[in-house]
Ligand binder design. Structure first.
Ligand SMILES: *Cc1c(COP(=O)(O)O)cnc(C)c1O
Length: 234
């Protein structure tokens, strides 16, 4: 199937899921995860109306950012971000989904200040508490978000998670439920630079379940571009 057909199919699935869940499909943002995909194919997705692209590696993001400079794209950093690389992407991304340590937040704040901008970020949670995954644990998230108040050049706009991979996506519904619960709780905390707007969860294998449970940003790679030829670095 072509990228256009894939996107059409995803949009139909979002529509029918929203209908079932009593939600508005317009409230769901699709990020086309273009990691390992060449710029010209990423561009195709943008031309089909998905103008949010997600990358998990800084080098790759910068390369495609340059190659696609002439088209209107919002870049999202969705993968693990090393502190020493923040400076390369701080002025190129609309949203950093993967803030999961105080040190990283500190660096983002510093670089944002230098660039005279406010960095929009999500806090990444590790709900499954898998060793292999990055993210804040549930019991630490409230203190962590409170500690973001010290960073004047950071705006926390929501939460993100990568659910454990399960053959049957129903098996991770509890993860999305838990995320929504935490999201709602944080929404009631009145924190200086936090505004719960985005719940970034759901990928190729589980985005319908994530939407049913309240996600409003889904990050879809394989279902748009096909299987990745080589494994990306985490
Ligand atoms: C790769 C990746 C995705 C997309 O995964 P697919 O299963 O191909 O849709 C989403 N989020 C993150 C953080 C990723 O690294």
């Amino acid at each position: 199937m072509s990228i256009k057909e894939n996107i059409d199919d995803i949009m139909k699935r979002i529509e029918s899921t929203c209908k079932k869940a009593g939600r508005n499909p317009k409230d769901i943002t699709v990020i086309a995860v273009s990691k390992t995909v060449e710029s010209d194919r990423a561009k195709e997705a943008v031309e089909e109306g998905v103008n949010n692209l997600g990358e998990n590696r800084v080098q790759e993001l910068i390369k495609k950012y340059e190659e696609l400079k002439d088209i209107d794209v919002n870049w999202h950093m969705i993968g693990h971000l090393q502190k020493n690389k923040v400076k390369y992407i701080i002025d190129k991304t609309v949203l950093i989904h993967s803030v999961e340590s105080l040190g990283l937040a500190e660096e983002i704040n510093k670089r944002a200040k230098k660039n005279n901008l406010i960095a929009n970020v999500l806090i990444e949670l590790n709900i499954g508490e898998e060793e292999s995954k990055f993210g804040i644990k549930e019991e630490e998230v409230y203190d962590f978000i409170t500690s973001m108040e010290q960073f004047e050049n950071i705006k926390v706009l929501g939460l993100m998670t990568v659910a454990p991979f399960c053959e049957n996506p129903e098996d991770v519904r509890w993860v999305f439920k838990k995320m929504k619960n935490i999201y709602d709780k944080v929404s009631t905390m009145s924190l200086k630079n936090t505004e719960m707007k985005y719940l970034s969860m759901g990928m190729t294998n589980d985005f319908e379940i994530a939407i049913e449970e309240g996600s409003n940003i889904i990050r879809v790679g394989t279902a748009i571009f096909g299987a990745r030829k080589y494994k990306e670095e985490e």
